[in-house]
Design a protein around this ligand. Sequence first.
Ligand code: CA
Length: 673
Amino acid sequence: MKKMAFWMVPVLALAGCRYHKPAYESVLNYPVKQAPTEEVLYTPGHTFFSVWSPNADSVMLYLYDAGEGGEPLRSTLLKPQKDGSWTTRQKGDLAGLFYTFQIKENGRWYHETPGIFAKAVGINGQRGAIVDLQKTNPEGWSEDQRPALEDLNDAIIYEMHWRDFSAHQNGHFHYPGKFLCLTEEGLSTEAGQPLGLEHLKQLGITHIHILPSYDYGSIDEKGAFSEARVLESGAAVGGNYNWGYDPRNYNAPEGSYSTNPYDPTCRIREMKQMIQACHQAGIRVILDVVYNHTYDVEQSAFTNTCPGYFYRTMPDGQLGNASGCGNETASERPMMRKFMIESCRYWLTEYHLDGFRFDLMGIHDIETMNAIRHMADEIDPSILIYGEGWAAGAPQLPEDRLAMKANTQELDRIAAFSDDMRDALRGPFSDDHVGAFLAGLPGFEESIKFGLVGAIDYPQINMDDVNYSCKAWANRPAQMIAYVSCHDDMCLVDRLRASAGVKDDTETAKLDMLAQTAVLTSQGIPFIFCGEEVMRDKKGVHNSFCSPDEINAIDWSLKDRNKALFDYYAGLIKLRKAHKAFRMADPELVRQYVHFAEAPSNVLVYMIDGSTVDDSNFVVILNANRNAVSIHIPVNGYRVVVRDGVVNADGLGYVEDGKAVVPAQSALILQEI
Ligand code: CA
């Protein structure tokens, strides 16, 4: 229990007389329409505090002058309100102070907590901070705008972790591992190739998807700060590495990605500066959000504001564990749903974010996900929402209510990752040493076709031969994320080395290009993992969530060494952006104007009649065989725009005599003249 002053006892008794708390069972369905999610409303004259805890006996507020340690400057008993919240108005200008709430329920005082909606926090997120958010805006923030995006499947996503992207010393970042690494200019490789934000512009992607960047628990922000400072001017990355899938405060940025985690405004300002720099470069920013579980239960803000409410339990009363991390949240409960909606709204409005990737989205219920979509539409319908349509274990909610991949058709313009396509290309998640199409193995063609059309209902695919799905699961192509690799498990190069029997880096690069040709010509939304464009590896580590920088940091000298591969990625992205034929939004157009021709084993011939979308006709041929194949092209007048690892929109020659020769382990793309 928190140190309590003797004078509080009679006040608590008085509060108990005025407030009739509801029975616990009714709390689970307690009406939340009027309940606030804002916990701190700051003005220079006073600050209004509010915490939702309908089952509490009493709630305290403590004010401190630091983010950790010391005694409270002020301790106040909050007043219960009819909407289940407890409130107090504190006079004076409190900016710069820190706060915690502490609730008592059934006679037990819980841990102090910053609440569930802390927008600013001190070191390691232990206490909330009172800040004037207006003062965290970088110069020009009011003019900041989302770059244009006409249609959801115009997106090309680049998934990145701050340290992967900027920690390697040969990148020469001034802010390695920090938000600010994307605000730097003039970075380059030895050979003068641009790095940092310029690298992303050169690649041509439309969105970065940043791994969890709200406050998480697995990195000691103090260590990250002091080590970086010892190594002078913040020019080194301090502390350990973690992906960050262990949320602590959902609505405040992670401190270890800022230059000073002790200053609550610093992480907010620097994250905004990063987003502003990306927007000015024409790149949108997507945040990876992990509402499905918390870092722990004992210390979590959910437990310590309304114990038991925010987590699902099993019939025996134990916590559900569909996340595989010891707990699963209950998105179907009114306040959890409201929390997720308001949290997303806050990131979109305060930080100008452009989308969300939902970790283990299959744990959340469909109704909540659609409510988030509708909230986002009120702000900007071009906001991108997608997630993992699965869970790590069986959720404590009926399958038909969950935002699983198989239920994507019930989600409104929310996409799911296609593991069908991913594993048909590279092999199953369960065994890194088992290959598939890229390894030259037959039998994966139907699954890849399913990925190329965006997982929609499509007449030319025999669903019996699709690896994981027995029926279409997307209403439209923009509901499918096309990918072959992401931060999880082996990256593409490691996977090819482990499973495709490649003899050298030349063969690895060929298969890498072939894989991404499937991804970047899919009617779904293409997604690539950072560094794949320069052939990064992770030294064969499958689950590198806490591996050191030696494993995870991208060695940017690879960009000089593998420039041809980078140019291939950039060339394909440019081709995709130039032609609507590769990103038809309307599923009916895909059904009518995309055709697959007869092809030998391990070859796909994908023909797009682009004239329907005011574009050229294309033929895409993917050949995973270790020998060249000759494919009959029924019409003449095609020029080659992609051949054997080279992209050239002006043409690399013509198809002669209706025959297209596709070199071993490569893609050929033809464009009608
Ligand atoms: Ca943290």
